[in-house]
Design a protein around this ligand. Structure first.
Ligand SMILES: [Zn+2]
Length: 126
């Protein structure tokens, strides 16, 4: 069986332990419930929220991604828009942040779990 790498597992939103089960119940493009998570991994039954408030830590990851988005937007506007005002920058950053929010939210939670759970390819129902 093809073993996904850590980055592939994170980008696909797979369980950090088995990298088979999905973390989220719906697609990121599901407008109604883009953030609905499984409580446990459908494949290995890992409980995703390891302790109460576990996912508060994912805000550190989300913040880092937001800073990257802000920097990328700032540089892009500076190079692409002649005569840009402060409002051009604010609008570009706001739009980019809102459009990438679902991806940022989901990736941050998955990446945070990957920091604390080691990969066990043979993990099955426990
Ligand atoms: Zn799993």
């Amino acid at each position: 069986m093809n073993q996904p790498t850590t980055l592939q597992g994170m980008l696909k939103g797979k369980c950090p332990r088995c990298r088979q089960g999905d973390v989220f119940e719906t697609s990121v493009f599901n407008v109604a419930k883009p953030f609905k998570m499984h409580r446990n991994c459908p494949h290995c039954n890992l409980h995703y929220e390891m302790e109460p408030g576990f996912f508060y830590g994912s805000m550190y990851v989300s913040y880092a991604i937001s800073v990257i988005i802000l920097a990328t937007c700032g540089v892009s506007v500076a190079y692409l828009v002649k005569g840009a005002t402060i409002w051009t920058y604010i609008t570009a950053v706001t739009v980019a942040t809102l459009l990438t929010f679902p991806f940022n939210f989901r990736f941050s939670r998955v990446a945070w779990m990957y920091l604390f759970v080691s990969y066990e390819p043979e993990a099955e129902e426990k």
